[in-house]
Design a binder for this molecule. Structure first.
Ligand code: MN
Length: 287
């Protein structure tokens, strides 16, 4: 068996609309894991005393947003007319294609704490100019491995397959572990493990909270040891070879495409549509 080389990247602090998050993708030394191209870990943070999480209407292109909560609750609204509450254990997957706008709002939610991750998946050329779409999955498959519970967000893992859309070969799994687990991997994928809470060791490498451990293709299994209760995300996919241009909430292949999308948003183009919310529309940076 080939011994895995584990490359550990610390997350960085980023500001999203006044809220502090830990960004695990993209990082200077690692832009993507498969087609996964963005990961923000937010909270746990109190939503009492006027600290509700509110993100007004903003545009996306060329990506899927994947929203996953560990605690709290959010209301998603988008320009397709979707209105969907999301709670821990449920998945929201929004496809931007040529363009969509959405908003997220925790106002009026009973839960006092917000904790979760916002992920993006880059769409391939075959679908990135296509129609937008929205999916909510309240009942994702779970697997049990040596006392570790895995919830399959996207793709297939340990014999279970998520119903969520994936436009490229991809996997995303939430793992809750305390102890040793043998994690099966697709050797054709590159993988990333993101520790959300707790810490694990893989061989002689320790991966702590808000660190990304990258595993190159060719590995069929990882032995992961948690000394304390740990929550982590396993992400993987076929290496994504397109050169992405990412700016603000837009994913494209060239600066011209980004500039056009930005002008379309600023000009109120029907490309992005209208979102039914009382929150204010977010202007593009520098506009
Ligand atoms: Mn968004």
């Amino acid at each position: 068996m080939v011994a895995p080389v584990i490359d550990v990247h610390p997350g960085r602090i980023a500001d999203v609309g006044g809220a502090t998050v830990r960004r695990l993708l993209p990082l200077r030394g690692r832009r993507t894991i498969g087609a996964w191209c963005f990961l923000d870990h937010f909270g746990p943070v109190s939503t009492s005393g006027g600290h509700a999480m509110t993100i007004g209407p903003h545009p996306h292109t060329g990506l899927h947003t994947v929203t996953w909560l560990l605690d709290g609750e959010l209301l998603h609204t988008d320009s397709l007319g979707s209105e969907q509450r999301i709670r821990p254990g449920e998945l929201n997957l929004m496809t931007a294609g040529h363009g969509i706008a959405h908003a997220e709002d925790s106002r009026g939610v009973a839960s006092p704490v917000m904790h979760g991750v916002q992920l993006w998946v880059a769409q391939p050329d075959a679908t990135r100019h296509g129609p937008s779409a929205f999916e909510h999955h309240a009942d994702l498959p779970t697997v049990a491995l040596d006392g570790t519970i895995g919830t399959v967000l996207v793709g297939s893992f340990a014999g279970a397959t998520s119903p969520a859309r994936a436009d490229t070969p991809l996997v995303g799994v939430d793992l809750t572990l305390d102890g040793r687990v043998e994690v099966p991997l697709d050797p054709s994928f590159e993988h990333g493990l993101v520790v959300l809470t707790g810490a694990v060791t893989i061989g002689s490498t320790t991966v702590g909270a808000d660190e990304l451990a990258v595993v190159a293709p060719g590995i069929g299994q990882l032995v992961v040891q948690a000394a304390t209760p740990t929550r982590l995300l396993l992400l993987g996919g076929a290496p994504f070879t397109d050169d992405l241009v990412m700016w603000w909430n837009l994913v494209a292949r060239s600066r011209d495409e980004i500039d056009q999308a930005r002008r379309d948003w600023e000009g109120g183009s029907p490309r992005f549509g209208e979102v039914a919310t009382t929150l204010d529309r977010i202007p593009a940076p520098g506009a």
